[in-house]
Design a protein around this ligand. Structure first.
Ligand SMILES: Nc1ncnc2c1ncn2[C@@H]1O[C@H](COP(=O)(O)OP(=O)(O)OP(=O)(O)O)[C@@H](O)[C@H]1O
Ligand SMILES: [Mg+2]
Length: 493
């Protein structure tokens, strides 16, 4: 009967009249705000989920897979009252079905979710700001206290889920803590203090104009506890972990998007960074004629170091550059959100590009070394329950003498102790045996290598003396030398 424009105008007019006479005002907090996830929505959800903060007659209970906590939440389209500073407000969880999409850059969830907050108009100015601040703070508190952390991974290879998130998450339950981590106690305390200073350093970072982030480079042989250290850091600070798989990232802008979607209070990890950086790509810059075959207009060269990271590039220009990676940790984008820790691990620090190592980029370089005597004592305590003074002095002395020479990793020590954890004496005896054996082997090897080096030097000298009068290499002589060398190498291995 009426044209739709007229209907809409009438409806709008009536709404206006109603809201003029209503004593309430309403605030919508939608889950997705444009392209971004609305942080306030998550905070409100968490706040309402804390059973202590609120009492309601009807709540939904959830327990995520592998999670240890049950969370409370408002059921769909249900309401709940909350009181703040003596003022009562009403929350409603509004869930509506999204209409069939015609076109969208990315898939959107089927439902539109949001909270509506109803406050009396006369209280609006009084509480709105402080109430929302209070909710954010409370949500952060709950997040911190909640033992469940999340481990995120980008294994989907750049595709987004229906909520526009490139990260997949699972509850993170690694039991490693600084108590269980075997390493030099002084070094451990230093790292713990550094982490605490960082977490409590908001005003410091603000005052000094630095982005509130910190970088750690963990390096050392396999099995010395680099991954365990990351888990300990996360458990110590109560941070989530983003485990970034660089080989799944196709280009710099994808890397930036991933960073944008990380939350604050998180540790962003790139494991085995030396394996993610393809060193051979750096040499690509030389053309066939030996000259530099790339110009400034080449995107890789322009990016700073002319070094590509990650893939072999066979898939048609899918590159992330070293500068992209450095921007990721260092540039303007690294500060979106705050309180972020970057951790890179490597077994071969010498293979890393100096640009990654320069001071200010990775704030702390932590060498995870072979098991020291102090570290061993921690493992003995953790695995066998030994206290200081429980073990015979003589055995301890023997272990102390040999442990550094044996160059054994904490992982190998743990294996021996774990295997014999019911028979303490046997465990220590077997460990000592292994340590002695290894130390002996190391000694023999180093002796053989030294001999070998001496022999090679002698041989070269001899060869030079022989070669000097006639300048032409004698085949027989060469094969003879070769035979010698082979024999010596066999000795080493
Ligand atoms: N410092 C340590 N303290 C306690 N346990 C350790 C330590 N180092 C290694 N372990 C034990 O060895 C296992 C392997 O260690 P982890 O994965 O942390 O080594 P990693 O240095 O990350 O090795 P990789 O370089 O191969 O990744 C752990 O599950 C842990 O039980
Ligand atoms: Mg590891």
């Amino acid at each position: 009967l009426f044209p739709p424009e007229l209907r809409f105008a009438v409806l709008k007019f009536f709404n206006k009249i109603i809201s003029m006479f209503s004593s309430y005002c309403y605030f919508d907090i939608t889950e997705i705000d444009g392209v971004n996830t609305n942080e306030l929505y998550n905070a409100v959800q968490l706040y309402l989920s804390s059973s202590v903060s609120i009492s309601g007659s009807r709540l939904s209970l959830t327990r995520a897979l592998n999670s240890s906590a049950i969370t409370f939440g408002l059921t769909n389209n249900d309401t709940i009252l909350d009181t703040f500073k003596g003022v009562t407000v009403l929350w409603e969880h509004v869930v509506t079905q999204r209409q069939a999409q015609t076109f969208s850059w990315r898939p959107l969830p089927d439902e539109k979710r949001g909270f509506t907050l109803r406050i009396k108009k006369k209280h609006k100015n009084l509480i709105l700001d402080s109430y929302l601040d209070y909710i954010m703070e409370k949500a952060n508190d709950i997040r911190r206290k909640n033992q469940d952390r999340f481990l995120y991974t980008n294994s989907r290879g750049g595709s987004l889920d229906s909520r526009g998130n490139p990260w997949e998450s699972v509850p993170f339950k690694h039991p490693s803590t600084f108590d269980t981590l075997a390493m030099d106690p002084l070094k451990k305390t230093e790292i713990m203090e550094d982490l605490k200073d960082f977490a409590n350093g908001q005003t410091f970072y603000q005052r000094t104009g630095r982005a509130w982030k910190r970088g750690y480079l963990l390096y050392g042989p396999p099995g010395t506890g680099k991954s365990s250290m990351i888990a300990s850091m996360a458990n110590y600070l109560g941070y989530d972990i983003y485990d970034l798989e660089l080989t799944e990232v196709h280009n710099n802008s994808e890397l930036r998007k991933l960073l944008m979607k990380t939350s604050s209070k998180s540790i962003i990890v790139i494991e085995d960074i030396d394996c993610s950086i393809n060193l051979s790509n750096r040499k690509r810059s030389k053309g066939n004629d030996g000259s530099t075959g790339r110009s400034y207009h080449d995107p890789d060269m322009r990016s700073g170091s002319g070094c590509a990271v990650g893939h072999s590039g066979e898939d048609g220009g899918n590159w992330i550059t070293l500068s992209g990676l450095l921007n990721f940790t260092d540039g303007l984008w690294s500060c979106c959100g705050s309180e972020k820790i970057f951790v890179f691990t490597t077994n071969h620090i010498e293979k890393l590009d100096p640009a990654l190592l320069r001071s200010g980029r990775m704030d702390m370089h932590i060498f995870m070394s072979y098991c020291s005597f102090a570290a061993l004592k921690i493992l003995l305590h953790n695995y066998l329950g030994y206290e200081e003074g429980d073990l015979e002095g003589e055995i301890l002395k023997q272990v102390e003498d040999v442990i550094d020479k044996a160059e054994i990793t904490p992982a190998d020590v743990s294996e021996v102790l774990l295997k014999n954890r019911r028979r303490k004496e046997k465990a220590v005896g077997e460990l000592l045996e292994i340590l002695n054996e290894r130390a002996e082997r190391k000694l023999m090897n180093s002796g053989a290598v030294e001999n070998d080096l001496d022999d090679v030097a002698d041989e070269e000298q001899e060869k030079r003396a022989l070669e000097s009068p006639k300048d032409v290499c004698d085949c027989e002589q060469e094969s003879c030398n070769k035979g010698d060398k082979e024999e010596k190498l066999n000795k080493v291995t």
